[in-house]
Design a binder for this molecule. Structure first.
Ligand code: XMP
Length: 326
């Protein structure tokens, strides 16, 4: 019988058998998969698990707090947050090219995570403990895509994390490898993972960094974060979260146009709403959002975010447009 409770019982037993009394590390991105994988491992081996969240400063409003406060409160995991906002801003200064942004964010992320791993390994070592395992939120579709599949569960179980000293060789713990996304959500709910995390729509690893067209600065991130929070709040309030796959909110930071706001003329930036409907993100259609919802979002953003004086709607399907703008 497939029930979330049975999956949890089976996985907890399997994780205990695999890990024994060793220590284990997990990178928490804020997404569904890593959160549920971490919650399962926590259920199985408790304090032997240490989670790491790399705060690159490119998350949306409230997301780091959701991990830091709500996730920790509901699961009891040990969490290390690396505040690396300045590091990422410095590395990204002057960069507008989308691929270059992605490469820089990916590179810095790996460096920071490796630093965190080294620190955890060194601290455990000082207590005579061994850190041998790394949790990954790999799902069944990922396993199938990479040529694994049922009966081949041992193919990729060993994995050398690049950049670490040769003797630090982690074995992977992948408690979600038999599950589809909706099953992961059911298991997460059963484990008490906060609903905001369990039901989260897809969000790119490089975060808001690829939703600012132009250079990324602290001020631009703040403008986008405020506009995005308003759009998300109104879509949720209108009950549309299950109808849309995701709705990127994009700041055209290098574009300005003339407007009238309050007492005078302004020369502000446009915000693009990109609501899409999709089954798998490979193709997508633009979502026909109700005009009254679009109207409230537009009015609120231009009233509450001083730097924005236009809200525009992206009516392009994928292909030809990708879901993200960069
Ligand atoms: P595109 O823009 O290629 O996006 O149509 C397809 C889906 O992938 C997400 N996306 C990413 N997810 N890391 C991720 O984890 C990334 O670098 C990344 N880039 C795009 C995007 O949000 C959409 O759901």
């Amino acid at each position: 019988d497939w029930t979330p409770g049975n999956v949890i019982a089976d996985q907890v037993a399997a994780i205990k058998a695999q890990i024994g009394s060793a220590r284990v590390i997990c990178a928490l991105s804020g997404g569904v998969d890593s959160a549920v994988a971490a919650a399962l491992v926590q259920q199985a081996v408790g304090d032997q698990l240490t989670c790491v969240h790399v705060d690159h400063g490119l998350m949306r409003a409230g997301e780091v707090e959701q991990i830091e406060t709500d996730f920790v409160a509901s699961t009891g995991v040990n969490l290390v947050i690396r505040d690396e906002k300045e590091r990422f801003l410095t590395a990204l200064a002057g960069v507008s090219d989308p691929e270059t942004k992605r490469k820089i964010i990916g590179r810095e992320f790996i460096r920071v995570f490796e630093d965190a791993q080294r620190d955890i390994v060194a601290e455990a070592g000082a207590h005579g403990e061994e850190v041998k395992f790394l949790v990954q939120g790999t799902l069944y579709p990922d396993v199938v895509e990479s040529g694994g599949g049922e009966g081949a569960a041992n193919i990729k179980s060993h994995h050398n994390v690049g950049g670490l000293p040769d003797d630090l060789d982690f074995e992977l713990v992948e408690p979600l490898r038999t599950l589809f996304k909706d099953e992961v959500r059911a298991v997460g709910r059963e484990l008490g993972v906060p609903e905001e995390i369990v039901s989260r729509q897809p969000f790119p690893g490089p975060g808001l960094g690829i939703r600012i067209v132009g250079e990324i600065t602290a001020e631009r991130l703040e403008i986008l974060r405020r506009a995005d929070a308003i759009a998300r709040e109104e879509l949720t309030k209108a009950g549309l979260d299950n109808e849309i796959w995701q709705c990127p909110v994009v700041l055209l930071a290098d574009v300005r146009s003339v407007g009238v706001q309050g007492d005078g003329r302004t020369y502000g930036h446009p915000i693009v709403l990109r609501p899409v409907s999709s089954e798998d993100a490979m193709t997508a259609d633009w979502t026909r959002l109700p005009y009254d919802v679009l109207s409230v979002i537009s009015t609120r953003i231009t009233n509450e975010v001083r730097e924005v004086n236009r809200v525009v709607l992206d009516v392009t399907s994928k292909p030809p447009g990708t879901i993200e703008w960069e």
